[in-house]
Design a protein around this ligand. Structure first.
Ligand code: PDD
Length: 287
C-alpha cells in the first residue's frame, strides 16, 4: 500500500513529500516534533503530547501553526490515509523557509508542518518485550534544554547507532557524575537492589516523557513504592529490574547494561505489570 504524508497543507505520496532546501529544520534543526503511538487507528496519550508540543513551540518562539482542532484532524487523517492500525504518527513543526541567516526569519514567516504515519509490527514488539533487550551507556553530550523536544538529535542518533553496533536496542546517557539521565529516545527506569522503583526527576536536563508521566500515574494508583531520584550506572547494573519508556516502545524491559546481566536476565515482575497496565490504559484512552 502506498504511503501518504502531509506537507504544509497538502497530502502527497510519500515518495514526493519534500520540504524546501532552505527550510530551517533542514538548515539549522530549528524545529520541534512529537510522536504518538497508534492503537487500532487511534492516538494514545493524545493530550499530553499536544500540551508538550505547545510548550516546545512556545519555548522556541515558533508560531503555533494551526488550531488544535485542525492539527488533530490532520494527525487522524494521516493515520487513516496510511491505514495504520498499530504504529506511530510523527509531527514536525519548523520555523519555516527563509534565506539562510541565523537570526529568526521575518515576522509572519509561516512555520512548516509535516506529518507522517507508519505501521509497526506488534508481534515483533511483543517478542522483544518478552525477551527483554540490551542497553549500553554513552556520555551525555547534549545541550542544556533537553526538556524541549527539538529535532536537533545528533547526539541521540550517534548514541543509538553505537547501541546498534554493539547489538543493543537502546543507549542510556550518563552525566559527568556517573548518573543516568535518560535514553537516546526513551526515559530510563530501574527497580533498585532494595526493590524501589527509580527514575530521574524532571528538574534534570531530560525530556518530560509523556509515557513516563502516564506510568507515574499508574505507579501511584497501584501504590508501588517510588523514588524519583537519579541512579548511577553501578546502581543500574545491580538493579533487580531495568526498563525504559517512550511512545512506540511503551515499557521495554532491559535485561543487560553494557554486557552486565540485570536480575536473572529476564523481564521482571514490576516491568511486566507496568507494561500490561500501560498498554491497557493507553489503548482504552486513545482517541
Ligand atoms: N522519543 N527521552 C527522549 C530523549 C526522547 O526522544 C523520548 C521520545 C522520550 C520519551 O518520551 P515520550 O514518552 O513522550 O515518547 C524520552 C520519541 C519516541 C522519538 O524520538 O521518536
Amino acid at each position: 500500500m502506498s504511503r501518504v504524508a502531509y506537507v504544509n497543507g497538502t497530502y502527497v505520496p510519500h515518495g514526493q513529500a519534500v520540504v524546501h532546501v532552505e527550510d530551517r529544520g533542514f538548515q539549522f534543526a530549528d524545529g520541534v516534533y512529537e510522536v504518538w503511538s497508534v492503537f487500532d487507528g487511534k492516538l494514545a496519550d493524545f493530550d499530553g503530547h499536544m500540551t508538550r508540543l505547545a510548550r516546545s513551540l512556545t519555548e522556541l518562539r515558533i508560531a503555533i501553526p494551526m488550531t488544535r482542532d485542525a492539527l488533530t484532524r490532520v494527525l487522524k487523517e494521516t493515520v487513516r490515509r496510511n491505514r495504520v492500525r498499530n504504529g506511530i504518527v510523527y509531527l514536525q513543526v519548523t520555523r519555516g523557509t527563509a534565506r539562510r541567516d541565523h537570526p529568526f526569519p521575518p515576522e509572519g514567516t509561516p512555520p512548516s508542518v509535516i506529518v507522517t504515519a507508519r505501521s509497526m509490527s506488534a508481534v515483533k514488539a511483543e517478542a522483544q518485550a518478552d525477551r527483554g533487550v540490551a542497553v549500553i551507556t554513552q556520555p551525555d553530550i547534549r545541550w542544556g534544554r533537553c526538556d524541549i523536544k527539538t529535532v536537533g538529535l545528533l547526539p541521540n542518533i550517534l548514541a543509538k547507532q553505537a547501541a546498534r553496533e554493539r547489538g543493543a536496542y537502546e543507549a542510556w546517557f550518563v552525566d559527568d557524575m556517573g548518573l543516568v539521565t535518560e535514553g537516546s529516545s526513551t526515559n530510563a527506569w530501574i527497580v533498585d537492589e532494595h526493590g524501589r522503583l527509580r527514575t530521574r526527576d524532571t528538574q534534570a536536563n531530560i525530556l518530560r516523557g509523556i509515557t513516563r508521566a502516564a506510568i507515574l500515574a499508574l505507579v501511584e494508583q497501584e501504590k508501588i513504592e517510588l523514588d524519583e531520584r537519579p541512579f548511577s550506572v553501578d546502581e543500574a547494573k545491580r538493579a533487580r529490574e531495568a526498563f525504559f519508556t517512550a511512545a512506540g516502545a511503551f515499557v521495554m524491559p532491559a535485561v543487560s547494561i553494557d554486557g552486565t546481566t540485570i536480575g536473572d536476565g529476564t523481564p521482571g515482575p514490576v516491568t511486566r505489570k507496568l507494561r500490561t497496565l500501560y498498554l491497557d490504559q493507553a489503548k482504552r484512552g486513545a482517541i
